[in-house]
Structures are given as structure tokens and as C-alpha cells.
Design a protein around this ligand. Structure first.
Ligand code: NAP
Length: 304
């Protein structure tokens, strides 16, 4: 069978693309290597998705889109896509032990948390170092922890972690946060959150689990130690585009360059969501991208 559309990645962009493609009667398969929902599914509460004045749990929102896509006939396949090849009139999507033949592809593999790259980070990942507050916050009940980063994710997660941890040391490389004002105000008002300004993480130390972090002041060069049992890292994301880097145009940071129709420079290959070069990476823009990509994939098939 040749599918009309293969969507790679089942985060909000991929799920929304699946919903729109399947509802337009295109035969649609969504390939996901982990679980449906992507980064949004592990977000405790999404406060800025329109229509939910009280906020909505990320998993509830993404489950809803998944069910909607399934209702219209989208198929789901568990697999890790290693390669995509373009033939004259179709694409071959290769996973371990399986190949799909498809007329169009929508790339929606999103981005993954960036690593700090210091000693101890790799060694203690899963034993004190985490990239997901919602997943691991409860392990740090009544314990001191550190949060690295000053963007929306770092501050939102620091605020979430105040329900568990005894204190949260936010380590930020400047003396001003990047996070939106409303989150900044909430963080400054919270007694559990303390800031270590103008500083970067230098090393993570411990025996079996994390016991302390060494922090370097970037202005004075001074090193200091803080006793913590956990380190959360939220310093941005790296796009998951390695498997297509030889096929399509990427920007200098590795994001896929598309036009307003979600078209990449390869005809029939589209991209949607956080994987794309864009100015606002949010669930609301991801689902919009997915819808546009699916409609454009349908148009492309009609024109062929
Ligand atoms: P981000 O906005 O790129 O912020 C990354 C933070 O980490 C910045 O404060 C940055 O410092 C710092 N940083 C980057 N590289 C670093 C390094 N090597 N060492 C130390 N610090 C480093 O990433 P994000 O917070 O994950 O947010 C990603 C996107 O999702 C943004 O567009 C954000 O608005 C959005 N988001 C929105 C919400 C919401 O609306 N509620 C929630 C979460 C995320 P500098 O400030 O000095 O660059």
C-alpha cells in the first residue's frame, strides 16, 4: 500500500496534521518513536491554549487531538525513522525493520532539550539530573534543587517544582530573565525560588546521586558550590532534524526552513511545529502548522 501522507512525530503538530489529513480522506499514518503528545504531553498545565480559561493538562490536550485524528481514520505506527528517500513519485520512509511508501511526508519531530555539556551531567542523568519537571519533580519532595536557565520553560518549571522542593536555585547566565513578565513576577514573589545571577553551571558532583553543583560567576570568574539533590536543565531545545539533514535545507541552528505553506525545498515534503524555523514555538502555532501542512499535502497529491 502507498499511503497518501506519512507524518513523522506525534506531538501537537503531527497529531493536528493527522487529524486534518485523515478528515480530508487521505490515507494517513503517524509514526512516533516514543509516546503520542510530544513535549506538550509532559507539560503539567498549559495556560495559554485558547479555550481553556483554567488551563489544561498537556496530556489531556494531546490525548484529545490523538483521539480526534484516530476517529477520522489516522493510523499510528511505533517506529524510529532513520532515513527518508525521495523517488520520482513517492518517498520511502525507513525505520528499523520496516519501510513505508508514501506520496507525501510531513516532518513533525519537534525538538529535544539542549544539554549543558558539563562534567557530571551525563553521568547523573536519571540520578539527579532531569530535563522534565513534570516527570521527575516528585522525587525531590522537601529537597533543595537547582534549575539551569532563564527562559519560559525554566521559570515555569521552577514554579511547578515549588510544590515539591524545599528550595530552588535558579542559575542564569545573565542578570535578567528571558521568561515573560507574568512568570518572572510569580517567581520573584515565591520565597522558595532563589536566583544565582550571571552564573553558569560548571560541574555536577555526587556519589550515587547528585549532592552539589559547582557554579561559575561569568563576570568575576569566581567558583562556588551549592548543595542540591537534583538539577533540572531548561536551556532551550535542539531540533530533531539529523535524519533529514542531507535531504532538505536547514538553518544554521538545524531548524527546517519552510515557506508559509509549510513546504520545504523538496516537493511533497512538508514540516510543521517546533522543528521549523519560526518565531513562536507554542502548541497553538504547532497545531496551526500541522493543519496547513496537511491541507498542502492534499493539494500536492491532487496536482500530481
Ligand atoms: P529559550 O526561550 O530559548 O530560553 C533558554 C534559556 O536558557 C535562556 O534564558 C538562555 O539564556 C539560557 N541558555 C541557553 N543556552 C544556555 C547555555 N548553554 N548555558 C546556560 N544558559 C543557557 O528556551 P525555553 O525556555 O525552553 O523556551 C522555548 C520556547 O518555548 C520559547 O519560545 C518559549 O517562549 C516557549 N515556551 C513558552 C511557554 C509559555 O508560554 N507558557 C512555556 C515554555 C516555553 P539567555 O536568556 O541569556 O539567552
Amino acid at each position: 500500500m502507498i499511503y497518501d501522507v506519512a507524518i513523522i512525530g506525534a506531538g501537537p503538530a503531527g497529531l493536528s496534521a493527522g487529524l486534518y489529513a485523515a478528515r480530508a480522506k487521505l490515507s494517513t499514518v503517524i509514526v512516533e518513536k516514543m509516546y503520542p503528545g510530544g513535549q506538550a504531553a509532559i507539560t503539567y498545565r498549559i495556560e495559554n491554549y485558547p479555550g481553556f480559561a483554567e488551563g489544561i493538562a498537556g496530556a489531556e490536550l494531546t490525548d484529545g487531538i490523538k483521539n480526534q485524528a484516530e476517529k477520522f481514520g489516522a493510523e499510528f505506527l511505533n517506529g524510529d525513522v532513520e532515513k527518508i528517500e525521495k523517488l520520482d513519485d513517492r518517498f520511502i520512509v525507513s525505520m528499523k525493520g520496516e519501510k513505508l511508501e508514501v506520496k507525501t511526508v510531513i516532518l513533525a519531530t519537534g525538538a529535544e532539550p539542549r544539554k549543558v555539556g558539563v562534567n557530571g551531567e551525563k553521568e547523573f542523568t536519571g540520578r539527579g539530573v532531569s530535563y522534565c519537571a513534570t516527570c521527575d519533580g516528585a522525587f525531590y519532595t522537601d529537597k533543595p534543587i537547582a534549575m539551569v536557565g532563564g527562559g519560559d520553560t525554566a521559570i515555569e518549571e521552577a514554579l511547578y517544582l515549588t510544590r515539591f522542593a524545599s528550595s530552588i536555585h535558579v542559575i542564569h547566565r545573565r542578570d535578567e530573565l528571558r521568561a515573560t513578565k507574568i512568570l518572572q513576577e510569580r517567581a520573584f514573589d515565591n520565597d522558595k525560588i532563589k536566583f544565582i545571577w550571571d552564573s553558569v553551571l560548571h560541574e555536577i558532583k555526587g556519589k550515587d546521586t547528585v549532592e552539589e553543583v559547582v557554579v561559575k560567576n561569568v563576570k568575576t570568574g569566581e567558583m562556588s558550590s551549592v548543595s542540591v539533590n537534583g538539577v533540572f536543565v531548561a536551556i532551550g531545545y535542539t531540533p530533531n532534524t539529523d535524519f533529514v539533514k542531507d535531504l532538505i535545507r536547514l538553518d544554521e541552528q538545524g531548524y527546517i526552513v519552510t515557506d508559509d505553506h509549510m513546504k520545504t525545498d523538496v516537493p511533497g515534503l512538508f514540516a510543521a511545529g517546533d522543528i521549523r524555523k519560526k518565531s513562536l514555538r507554542q502548541v497553538v502555532t504547532a497545531v496551526a502548522d500541522g493543519a496547513i501542512a496537511a491541507v498542502e499535502a492534499g493539494r500536492f497529491i491532487e496536482e500530481q
